[in-house]
Design a protein around this ligand. Structure first.
Ligand SMILES: *Cc1c(COP(=O)(O)O)cnc(C)c1O
Length: 374
């Protein structure tokens, strides 16, 4: 089976991890600091907080903004459940906006229609690694004094108008799950330029505990600590940070490879009548975390079965969040207001794309698509 996504682990990645295992620090230590600095250097952000998943990063991002309970956050339904779950964890109310067919990203025009007096933030996802319409979203946020949270789980290494994803929102979140642009096994990070938000997120990562006296010379009080926020243990280990540091050195090579494979798909699939290819806006550099196509005049589900039966690990990204049972029960949403999301949900399919994929794998995907008996 050719999977839809896969990590790329090389000898130096393995060596980096083994070296940590031979040392004294296993949990959060000097390599986590180094990894955070490297993420900041790469993206241009001021503060980075590495955690054990993007799900945790989204949680501390929402919590750190200290928005009133019941605030309405405008967000995309066309994403992995974790995006919107972070709002529910924190007593926020997700208000979905529809998406744009070409990029599958949230539609700024539809965001405008959903704003009320209770709206406090917009949480958007750079779907497949294609950055959203950042300027338009910023304009709305400025007009209505809203926070921005960018779920960039797909988009490390992508850019918008020549600037890397990582500094556009109040908080930007990355994922280091194995199928994502780089991996730490499990892991994530939240980046911000605001020192107070950074401080809150750093506390929330580790129990909300402050150890101001840890480095004091006064041994009578060196044991003292306090807890000022209700935090959890979301820490990343130094073992994982070593892998992250090693992987981050290769991110540009990985993204270039993803771009050249995507270009190959565009060339090879251009003339297939029952497939509509993804589009890239001219002002972005695409991260190509996912390569998704839209089925035209044929059943997506039959095509899905055909591909899977022939060893091609296709997938569907995503079931709209409001269609999930938990959301149906707990977040009332009028599905008729999301025509583009509904259409894509019925017709979209993800083809395999990952940095270790070979041209011969692309050939196999192409041949299998062409064998589809409609
Ligand atoms: C993968 C993903 C997440 C969650 O990432 P984890 O690191 O697995 O917690 C969140 N949002 C989106 C859009 C994702 O694709």
């Amino acid at each position: 089976m050719i999977p839809y996504g896969h990590q790329c682990i090389e000898t130096d990645d393995i060596d980096a991890v083994v070296q940590v295992l031979q040392g004294d620090w296993l949990t959060t230590g000097p390599l986590v600091d180094k990894f955070e600095s490297a993420l900041c250097t790469y993206t241009g952000a001021c503060h980075g907080i590495a955690v054990n998943s993007a799900t945790s990063a989204l949680d501390i991002a929402v919590q750190a903004l200290r928005m009133p309970l019941g605030s309405e956050i405008i967000t995309t339904p066309f994403t992995f459940a974790a995006t919107n779950n972070a709002l529910l964890f924190n007593g926020m109310h997700p208000v979905f906006a529809d998406i744009q067919k070409a990029t599958r990203n949230i539609d700024p025009e539809d965001i405008r229609k959903r704003i009320t007096k209770k709206t406090t933030a917009i949480m958007y996802v750079d779907y497949a690694g294609h950055p959203c319409d950042i300027d338009e979203i910023h304009e709305i946020a400025d007009e209505h004094d809203l926070f921005l949270i960018e779920d960039a789980a797909h988009a490390l290494g992508a850019s918008y108008k020549g600037k890397k994803v990582g500094t556009f929102a109040d908080v930007t979140v990355f994922s280091f799950h194995p199928v994502k642009p780089i991996t730490t096994g499990e892991g994530g990070a939240a980046l911000t330029d605001d020192p107070r938000i950074a401080e809150n997120m750093r506390l929330l990562r580790s129990h909300g505990i402050i150890k101001e006296n840890r480095s004091t010379k006064d041994q009578d009080i060196a044991w003292q600590y306090d807890m000022t926020m209700l935090g959890r243990n979301y820490r990343l280990s130094d073992i994982q940070a070593a892998l992250g540091l090693s992987q981050l050195k290769k991110i540009d090579r990985f993204i270039e490879k993803r771009n050249s494979l995507a270009t190959l798909y565009q060339e090879k699939l251009r003339d297939i009548s029952f497939i509509e290819l993804p589009q890239t806006k001219s002002d972005v550099f695409h991260g190509w975390h996912l390569y998704t196509v839209i089925m035209k005049g044929v059943s997506r589900n039959s095509f899905f079965g055909h591909m899977r039966n022939n060893g091609i690990g296709v997938n569907v990204h995503y079931i709209p969040t409001y269609q999930l049972s938990y959301y149906k029960k707990n977040v009332a949403t009028d599905i008729s207001k999301y025509p583009v999301t509904e259409e894509l949900f019925k017709k979209i399919i993800t083809l395999p794309l990952y940095p270790t994929m070979k041209e011969s794998d692309i050939d196999k995907v192409e041949a299998t698509i062409k064998n589809f008996d409609r």
